[in-house]
Design a protein around this ligand. Structure first.
Ligand SMILES: [Zn+2]
Length: 255
């Protein structure tokens, strides 16, 4: 049976952060990674809505900067990783891998996805995946704290989600990541076609996100670290997927 589609809206903040607003009722929203408070307050006022929850994926300032003021202004249950409680704003609900938490009429499934940071969480809710800085459109987060093996294992977990899952990442790095994917495999014409289509979308002032996870599984090089075609296209032989992932991440860092 197809999953019901979660109602999600976006609020832009900071340099290039996206705060995803999940409808949790007729006039209430949950905010994912509010790096700033004011744009969320403006959104809530415009929608005449309340703030039911604040979901945190990880401790970086551009993802948590607005949590304390929003909690003071609007209330809302603050949810984040138990493992990172010491470096997150005060949590109302400290969660761990595999926890299931009620969110409006839905349930949020908590996934521990270490790599970008060691305490990074993703939230899988209905047909939506909130991946923070772990999985981006055609890319993945930098490894600030985790090892390549950790991140590869985390990405495998996300790749295992259904194809029709919609990916809501913490930043719109799509075009830069696509440029990297095209440089890796210039012979894949579908990638340049995607770039033309997505460039047109972004030029009209829209986000390209969310992306169907099926598209990421086919075209995100980091999710294809165990794909023999990618391996031969980039010219590395006889190394394990985690080593290929490490090589891709290294090349992306220097791209
Ligand atoms: Zn981050």
């Amino acid at each position: 049976m197809p999953q019901p589609a979660l109602h999600v809206e976006s609020v832009l903040a900071g340099h290039d952060n996206i705060i995803w607003m999940i409808a949790t009722g007729a006039d209430s929203f949950a905010a994912v990674d509010p790096g700033e408070a004011d744009p969320v307050s403006t959104f809530l006022t415009k929608k005449r809505s309340t703030l039911s929850h604040i979901l945190i994926t990880h401790h970086h300032g551009d993802h948590i900067g607005g949590v304390v003021p929003l909690r003071q202004r609007h209330g809302g249950l603050v949810i984040g990783a138990q493992a990172d409680a010491h470096r997150l704003p005060p949590l109302d609900l400290a969660v761990s891998h595999n926890d299931r938490i009620p969110l409006g009429n839905s349930t949020a499934h908590v996934l521990a996805v270490p790599g970008h940071t060691t305490g990074h969480l993703a939230y899988h809710i209905e047909d939506a995946l909130f991946s923070g800085d772990t999985l981006f459109g055609f890319g993945c987060g930098r490894l600030f704290e985790g090892t390549p093996e950790m991140m590869w294992t985390s990405l495998l977990q996300l790749r295992a989600l259904p194809d029709d899952t919609r990916l809501f990442a913490g930043h719109e790095y799509t075009l830069a990541n696509l440029a990297f994917a095209i440089a890796l495999e210039p012979e894949r014409l579908e990638l340049t076609e995607l770039r033309t289509k997505i460039t047109a979308t972004i030029n009209t002032g829209q986000l390209s996100l969310p992306h169907p996870l099926s598209m990421e599984k086919s075209f995100n090089p980091f999710l294809r670290s165990d794909d023999p075609t990618l391996k031969s296209n980039i010219g590395v032989a006889h190394i394990s997927p985690k080593d290929i992932f490490a090589e891709l991440r290294e090349r992306r860092n220097n791209f």
